[in-house]
Design a protein around this ligand. Structure first.
Ligand code: AMP
Length: 556
């Protein structure tokens, strides 16, 4: 491998578990076990004095030190009001997630004897702009170069498409993780492209909800047996204890028909019995929600001309519950394939990182051959590139140690869609506030859209535009169905008359980052400076402080 080249590692930053993978010298994706020799690490952080402990030990510590342990922070990514307070300090979800990333990276470095600096991190397809940006920041706070944030189902499809698929297929990826549900339709053309057609899901539906139902059941059983009517979950120790027992018994029920669970509180001990059939009954509505979300997504796919699919693959730990495959098979009359539920996402991210790494190497070699800089290569014509192809691929193979066929495989195209609609606040004919969507959900990305509006008064020096995110697949969305993700502040040129047209452009890139520009278009086009103001993602001084803090906090 060349000295300056750096491998890019894939991280599955899960709600409940995280993992890291890379592509080995044979071109095979491999998950790297942690220091405890586990292939997944609980995304749980324990603040132990000045340092933090991540993983199984943190998870177990929750019983003894419930106030020092934080978990499920992924559900709060990009949420301005989430702060975990510990010892007079407040931590945002991205800073807590940075500790999880550092733990899996650190353990992988130990295993491989290699410094890891470059990452691709996954997030649910369902994440909006702020959640994605917060995920990127989590990596940056940890001190890493984050090359891309990619969607979990896309990552799973990349792993599936690269490892399992020999002919063209349309595949549904049903991804039920610890905290989120994503359903995605993907068109796989082996060796050529992996194209996301449509995506849907729920940010707040995952294995944890199944756990919560068990917790409620256990509380009721305890109350029945002891006659104690008060809510025992008010006690943080009992709450932690029941959460852990619930998850354990849920996993047991994936193997067995019933399981005993011990509930202890205030010196009382109750042995409850949980049967699989009862568990399935108390969680049935959750499973049904995944089915109706799947139908919603299929409706969207139909609008794009996709009338059927060939396969359903199940990924995400919670698809291990037998009721999931049974219900999916019943509804869609296909036997779903369980595909590497715990590792597919990290492996897909690793393959994607590897592809980026080889592409960079490829461009570097082309630049060397043509005596140009990489930036100048934009102008190179296809015939010139084609004539260099074989030679450059061989050079990349020699330099990186991968085979020429692996170097070629890395050229597969990956196309995505946006999982949200993006717009601005406008007024309808009755002067009611609505959202005008410039970019509509499930559009192919990258995408660019423009809209003009007129200034309100003479000499207006600034305008601010509320940027809204929503799930409505239409240009007009009700105001109440959208959330504000930030404000674009426009510094207008001097001396504009009222009603001067200002054109705003929304540009959404491949990884779901939104760039907003504006121009005044009355006479000559004049650039209008736009600043985006959002409280949802750590930035500025607060970001620098978190980075500095991270350097002084030991993670184990
Ligand atoms: P993921 O985010 O994909 O790692 O999925 C984690 C979720 O899968 C958590 O809610 C786990 O409790 C759940 N899970 C893992 N293994 C099993 C299992 N054997 N049966 C049921 N749920 C499981």
């Amino acid at each position: 491998m060349s000295k300056e080249s750096k491998r890019i590692f894939g991280i599955d930053l899960g709600t409940t578990y995280s993992s890291i993978a890379y592509v080995d010298e044979y071109g095979k994706p491999v998950v790297i076990p942690n220091a405890e020799n586990q292939r997944v690490t609980p995304s749980v952080v324990f603040f132990d004095g000045d340092n933090v402990v991540v993983g199984e030990v943190a998870k177990e510590s929750a019983r003894l030190y419930p106030n020092d342990v934080v978990s499920f922070v992924k559900r709060s990514m990009g949420e301005p009001n989430f702060l975990f307070r510990h010892n007079d300090r407040s931590y945002r979800a991205e800073e807590i997630s940075s500790f999880v990333i550092r733990k899996v990276v650190q353990d992988a470095e130990q295993q491989l004897g290699e410094k890891i600096t470059d990452l691709v991190i996954t997030c649910p397809a369902y994440f909006g702009i702020n959640e994605r940006e917060a995920t990127r920041r989590a990596g940056e706070i940890g001190g890493f170069n984050v090359h891309q944030i990619i969607n979990e189902p896309t990552a799973a499809a990349i792993a599936y498409g690269s490892m399992e698929v020999a002919e063209e297929k349309v595949v549904l990826v049903y991804d039920l993780g610890g905290g989120t549900f994503d359903i995605t339709m993907i068109d796989i053309k082996p060796g050529e492209s992996i194209e996301v057609i449509c995506t849907g899901g729920d940010h707040n539906l995952g294995g944890k909800d199944w756990d919560d139902r068990i917790v409620t059941y256990l509380v009721q059983e305890f109350q029945k047996a002891t006659g104690i009517a008060k809510d025992i979950l008010d006690d943080p120790d009992t709450w932690q204890d029941l959460q852990l027992s619930a998850e354990k018994s849920k996993k047991v029920l994936s193997q067995r028909d019933k399981t005993p669970v011990l509930v202890t509180h205030g010196g009382e001990r109750v042995k409850a019995n949980l049967e699989r059939s009862q568990f399935e009954m108390i969680t049935q509505d959750l499973l049904e929600r995944t089915i109706s979300l799947t139908h919603e997504m299929l409706g969207e796919a139909l609008k794009k001309g996709y009338t059927k699919f060939d396969e359903i693959i199940l990924v995400g730990g919670a698809t291990r519950m037998p009721c999931v495959s049974a219900r999916v098979a019943q509804e869609f009359s296909v036997t779903p394939k369980v595909f590497d539920p715990d590792e597919a996402i990290a492996k897909g991210a690793a393959i994607y990182g590897w592809k980026l790494f080889l592409q960079e190497e490829f461009m570097d070699q082309v630049a060397k051959k043509t005596n140009k800089t990489v930036d100048e290569l934009e102008d190179i014509d296809d015939t010139e590139l084609d004539s260099l192809l074989d030679e450059v691929e061989q050079l990349v193979a020699d330099d990186t140690g991968y085979s020429v066929s692996d170097v070629r495989k890395a050229k597969i195209k990956i196309k995505n869609v946006t999982s949200k609609s993006f717009g601005v606040v406008a007024h309808d004919e009755n002067d009611k506030e609505i959202v005008y969507n410039l970019i509509v959900k499930n559009s192919d990305v990258p995408v660019l859209a423009r809209k003009s509006f007129g200034t309100a008064i003479d000499d207006q020096d600034a305008a601010s535009i509320k940027i809204m995110e929503n799930e409505i697949s239409d240009n007009i969305a009700p105001y109440n169905n959208a959330v504000e993700i930030g404000t674009a502040v426009l510094d207008l040129p001097k001396g504009l008359k009222a009603n001067t047209p200002i054109e705003i452009t929304f540009k959404l890139n491949e990884e779901g980052r939104l760039e907003i520009t504006a121009e005044e278009t009355s006479e000559t086009r004049r650039y209008v400076n736009v600043t985006i103001d959002t409280r949802s993602v750590i930035q500025g001084e607060e970001l620098e402080e978190a980075k500095a803090r991270s350097r002084h906090i030991m993670v184990s």
